[in-house]
Design a protein around this ligand. Sequence first.
Ligand code: BGC
Length: 401
Amino acid sequence: MKTKYRILRLLSLFLIGIIVKCKNVENKKGEYNSDMKERELVESRGGVEIKKSDFGKTSDGKIVEKYSVSNASGLEMNVINYGGIITSLKIPDKNGKYEDVVLGLDNIKDYEDGSPYFGAIIGRYGNRIANAKFSLDGKDYKLDANNGPNSLHGGKKGFDKVIWNVEPNSGENEASLKLSYMSPDGEGGFPGNLQITVTYTLNSNNELYVNYEATTDEKTVINLTQHTYFNLTGDFSKKVLDHIVEINADSFLPVNKTLIPTGKLKPVAGTPFDFTEPKTISKGITQENSNEQLNIGGGFDHSWILNKENKEVAFAASAYEPESGRFMEVYTSEPAIQFYTGNFLDGSLPAKGGGEYEKRSGFCMETQHYPDSPNQENFPSTILKPGETYTSETSYKFSVK
Ligand code: BGC
């Protein structure tokens, strides 16, 4: 009996040993499996998921990570930690076909080599500051002049070119990426250590929220925005001219030859800038030669002053692409929107999936404060003081009709 028991005991120990060994092999396989490393699931709840993978390496050797966020209905957005860039956004057309509707580039080198801010977070100051300078409390600040005499989108190395820290999160019906960055005092010429967070949230109603927050330790100026170029056809070889656009604005800011606002607000009524009733982009743009403002911008590249009160979140603009049926609405707490029709795209950049991005193959709807506010006393203030928190919210709602 005793021997029988001993044999059984030895046998079971042997079997346990084999099982543990196999499990270890399995674990090892899981841990080092190349697929797992490439696309790792980091959050999953309800229908939403966030996956993480490597996107590449910057020229100075920093790893660029890509986060793929998807919701229950199948929308998928890819964001990289370089520039907080939305590299792709797949949404359905009226037949349920999912296609990528945002312009972007295939690899990090192309982004570093000269992206026209495709999909990026813009800061410290969205759009232009005249002659790359401003003064605050009698002190002059000299900024990077990276657009003729002016400073554009934060200067030579704006927030579109820095590595952001990314924290993925999932809630009941939403997934979010909280991006943060500390912009040191003097970066781009701006005063104050500025701590920024930008949160992208994709929810089950096919809405993308972008929430901005910032604090400073010294009085400074700030104007953050998001620079995604949309083409709702889902085909980047097509131009955006047939998109039907509405902008909730009765006036816009005319600009000088270097695209700095003259300081005067002009009513849109009776001009190609009137998008209070939806109309195609082409309808306005065909007047490019006869309209001085369109001529200066090479198309639409202006700030529309939204019909809204202070910081309330209100409807800003929409775009409808009749063939695909895709419809996008933009809501914001910001006072203005820069509607830019991809006038400077010139066929020199490789499009995702082949071909090149031609003039007007995308449009931007950049919600923000007015350009050059630090130099224009009559514009709403963009000053941020220590102890205050800068907040801003914009959402994009996608549907079909
Ligand atoms: C500006 C354009 C500029 C573009 C950058 C837009 O926000 O208004 O003038 O060319 O960004 O590609």
